[in-house]
Ligand binder design. Structure first.
Ligand code: ATP
Length: 311
């Protein structure tokens, strides 16, 4: 795919204080030049999954006519989930590099209320990716929904008391709410601008409110997981410029029985002394994998012991 050589930008939402005028003026987004080196080539994930994602992104970016024909806003939501260090942030950078889009890193905890969120969304340019990282930590989204459900229940049981309570709380518009976020994704965001991706990342997909990640909002759910042999081969090429080695077989059998993230595999492969040689780096990884495997075995043993004594 042809990429124009323009300078892309990484935007973050921050509040700047204009102390000169004595007033606080708020700049919604500030930016730096986006220069993350991650690409789909350097991403250590299953090659079939990689191809599927790249095809999906390219189809999206060429889909102007298609989206117009089916009457859908030209936008797409991605949910990236998996343990820390499996490449969620790296994948967002790879997406931006593939499509030549700007990145808007939306820090929800810095957004004071739904109005501010609305302004932020309307200031986003076309050909961009809005990212909300660690969405489960950004806001107590599920908690808010449960809270609302509890209120509904209470309202049914004691409508008068609840009316008084909601009057008391009516001035509280100081938070971004789940419904606020959903409204912007479905409503306002859809109706203005085009060619935009929204990406949520999370380490805890089960904690998310199903309403937030249903298809149509988050169209494509992508699980990033522990390092597989194919992922390891990508890292060996990136870090050691190595296509094959007799030690790959040992590493393959250890990876099949051990959970190690690509971040940890990469760290263990990284040369630690100069001059370095590939054997030492691969052996460092093998030792680390054996250690993790042994720790996991001991943990399982402990757990089964405590179950036996507990019962
Ligand atoms: N799948 C991967 N392919 C290539 N490198 C990876 C991969 N996963 C992790 N890494 C390496 O580990 C570092 C951390 O990865 P990254 O921040 O993308 O993980 P993450 O899943 O977003 O983690 P967190 O949930 O903690 O934010 C990256 O800078 C990269 O060097």
């Amino acid at each position: 795919m042809k990429i124009e050589n323009r300078q892309r930008k990484l935007y973050t939402n921050s509040v700047t204080e204009n102390s000169w005028s004595g007033y606080q003026s708020k700049t919604m987004w500030s930016h730096v030049i986006f220069e993350h080196p991650s690409t789909f080539q350097t991403l250590a994930i299953d090659p079939l999954k990689k191809k599927e994602i790249v095809d999906d992104l390219i189809t999206f970016s060429k889909g102007k006519g298609y989206y117009a024909k089916v009457g859908k806003a030209w936008k797409r939501g991605y949910l990236l989930y998996g343990p820390p260090g499996t490449g969620k942030s790296s994948m967002v950078a790879a997406m931006a590099n593939l499509l030549d889009y700007d990145v808007y890193d939306l820090e929800l905890t810095s957004v004071n209320n739904n109005n501010e969120l609305k302004k932020l969304f309307t200031e986003v340019s076309n050909k961009s990716i809005i990212v909300i990282e660690d969405i489960d930590c950004s806001l107590d989204l599920t908690g808010q929904r449960k809270e609302e459900e509890k209120k509904e229940d209470a309202k049914e049981k004691n409508p008068i008391a609840q009316m008084v309570k909601s009057e008391e709380n009516s001035g509280d518009n100081s938070k971004v709410t789940l419904s606020g976020l959903l409204n912007f994704i479905d409503g306002l965001w859809s109706s203005c601008g085009e060619e935009r991706l929204i990406v949520f990342t999370t380490n805890h997909v089960n904690k998310l409110d199903p309403a937030l990640i249903r298809r149509g909002r988050m169209d494509k759910h992508i699980e990033l997981s522990y390092c597989c042999i194919e992922g390891f081969k990508v890292l060996a090429k990136n870090y050691l410029d190595l296509d094959s080695h007799p030690l790959f077989e040992t590493i393959q059998s250890l990876l099949q029985t051990t959970q190690m993230t690509p971040a940890d595999v990469a760290e263990n492969l990284t040369p630690k002394v100069v001059p370095w040689d590939v054997e030492t780096c691969l052996n460092n990884l093998i030792e680390a994998l054996k250690k993790v495997k042994e720790e996991a075995r001991l943990k399982t043993e402990e757990e089964s012991k405590s179950k036996t004594y507990g019962s």
